[in-house]
Design a protein around this ligand. Sequence first.
Ligand SMILES: Cc1cc2nc3c(=O)[nH]c(=O)nc-3n(C[C@H](O)[C@H](O)[C@H](O)COP(=O)(O)OP(=O)(O)OC[C@H]3O[C@@H](n4cnc5c(N)ncnc54)[C@H](O)[C@@H]3O)c2cc1C
Length: 420
Amino acid sequence: MPNLTAAAAGPSSFDVLVIGGGVAGTTAAACLRDLRPRLSIAIVEPETVHHYRPGWTLVATGQAAAPAMQRPREQCIPSGVAWIRAGADRIDAEARCLSLADGRVLRYRKLLVATGLVSRWDQVDGLAATLGRNGVTSIYRADLAEVTRTLVADFKGGRAVFVRPQLPIQCAGSAQSILYAAADLFRRRGLATALSFHVDGPALHSVVHYDRTLAEVARQYGIDLQLGSRLLAVDGDRRTARFQRLDGTLVEQPFDLLHVAPPQGPTPLIVTSGLGDADGWLPVDRSTLRHLRHPDVFGIGDCCTASGSKTVAAIRAQAPVVARNLLAAIDELDLPARYDGYSACPILTSRERVLLAEFGHNGQMLPSFGGDPRLPRRRYALLKRHLLPRLYWRMLDGHLGIDWHAPLRNRRLPTPVITP
Ligand SMILES: Cc1cc2nc3c(=O)[nH]c(=O)nc-3n(C[C@H](O)[C@H](O)[C@H](O)COP(=O)(O)OP(=O)(O)OC[C@H]3O[C@@H](n4cnc5c(N)ncnc54)[C@H](O)[C@@H]3O)c2cc1C
């Protein structure tokens, strides 16, 4: 059980204060505790439920039940780590203190920022008002994963429109997972469907080899791929979405089903505390995860600039690095650990196959397993469905398992035969 005494004791001081009790903050706190059990560590987090977000894809595709994708927060906070149930209001990096929304002030020796990101539903006119109604849904919200499953399962044919916003977003591949899983289902049922995918960007994936695979998958499903197309507005009652193309042209697209991955951005705390970069993300050294301007501040996960791709897989690789470096910083030593930029996203290309896209900084592939990494495989679908959720819950308590991402060198790649 977490140590709750600190929460009741008023203003307090900690060796390491972690802001954000998502997978990044929790895993890093557990790693710190394991490396140095006598360290005083607290996680500041207002929400009482921890969500396994990759599971929302499983729920939406009928492969898992929604309740299994969340746990009470108190079961997820590592033992020996204090949980302060409050929102952080403002960081004063010079004074090394944190003001909470309830007025308390906490002091720290080192700060770890792990606040994730925020979905900006408001950036698309009319979207928030019609979410969950009029055929409009998203797997990027816990309560809509089941709505998505029902909408896809009950679809009788017609125009199905899928949307991916400008990057960065959480696990960008998930916006494609739901598209291909739905396309697979519609094809099996023989439904007359016009599928389109609007991408606010130049490609389906930043790694050219995965991009080619995904373009081929989209082609095989007959998906109308619209690159450089930004969703501006949704009119739920008229079931029409408005897009803007790169040349400024506005396009009205009627739909019977609309799946939207929302625009996403940095959390307000980073911006209001003056710790952000020009776009509001926490700027960290991409190897050591230390803040570029404030040596007592480190970052991990979706909130920071360590990886262009925001995933649990990246956090799995970052957590032991940031824990070791935080301890070295406390001891006033050189930072010993380096993050290599690893990230991964299992992208469903059908109900039965997954493309395991693993990659690092600069777009190189970092495949962990044998075989051509560009091929969607059944065994990766089993990994996504059965193994990864179990590994996730264990990871929160510092059990990182084997470091399977230690990169194999890429072989010369022949032209693959792709089966979605
Ligand atoms: C649909 C979907 C599918 C995905 N699939 C995959 C996948 O297959 N594989 C994969 O690797 N990744 C996947 N991801 C991405 C992955 O879930 C995220 O990268 C990961 O959960 C981010 O963790 P985090 O701890 O950085 O942020 P979060 O989980 O967002 O946690 C941040 C925490 O900080 C707290 N917080 C924010 N502001 C404050 C504040 N001011 N004070 C205190 N606390 C605050 C929040 O309440 C939150 O609990 C998926 C994501 C989605 C949405």
